[in-house]
Design a protein around this ligand. Structure first.
Ligand SMILES: Cc1cc2nc3c(=O)[nH]c(=O)nc-3n(C[C@H](O)[C@H](O)[C@H](O)COP(=O)(O)O)c2cc1C
Length: 131
């Protein structure tokens, strides 16, 4: 297996449950993400503005793809669209086993994949972790 790091960026739309509690949903997501991602050495960042999720996953290609396949079918969101999926020289979020930022400023609708990573880096550098 190559040691190449793969970075996947996607966005999706929050889908509330019967009782709408996005705060609890995000807490649950971050909790299981931390556990699973740490065991696969997947790092990244999860942003949520109340309706849009924007997430970056980085790790070995096979692990990132398997993890995204699981995430994609999660009923807590819909219409996941991959914005960028590339090999990178190094991780951008090496310190985050999945930081969560709740209710960021609105996630811009027309971000490119590269812009999405910059947006996440700016938030992560503030060390905001509301989840
Ligand atoms: C927006 C969103 C992001 C998620 N991110 C991750 C993640 O980074 N890692 C992960 O393992 N699960 C993530 N999940 C949760 C998975 O869909 C799934 O519920 C979870 O991995 C199941 O873990 P478990 O089998 O340990 O209970 C995410 C879910 C949503 C809705």
């Amino acid at each position: 297996m190559s040691g190449e790091i793969y970075q996947l960026v996607y966005r999706s739309i929050y889908r509330s449950g019967r009782i709408d509690n996005s705060l609890q949903a995000l807490r649950d997501i971050v909790k299981s993400s931390r556990r699973n991602n740490a065991s696969l050495f997947i790092t990244g960042y999860l942003m949520f503005d109340g309706s849009i999720f924007l997430q970056i996953l980085e790790g070995l290609r096979a692990d990132v793809i398997t993890t995204f396949a699981k995430i994609e079918t999660d009923p807590r969101h819909r219409d996941a669209v991959i914005m960028q999926s590339v090999a990178v020289e190094k991780r951008d979020f090496s310190e985050w086993d999945m930081g969560g930022v709740l209710r960021t400023v609105a996630i811009p609708a027309l971000l490119s994949g590269v812009e999405a990573v910059e947006f996440a880096k700016a938030l992560a550098s503030q060390r905001v972790n509301a989840a």
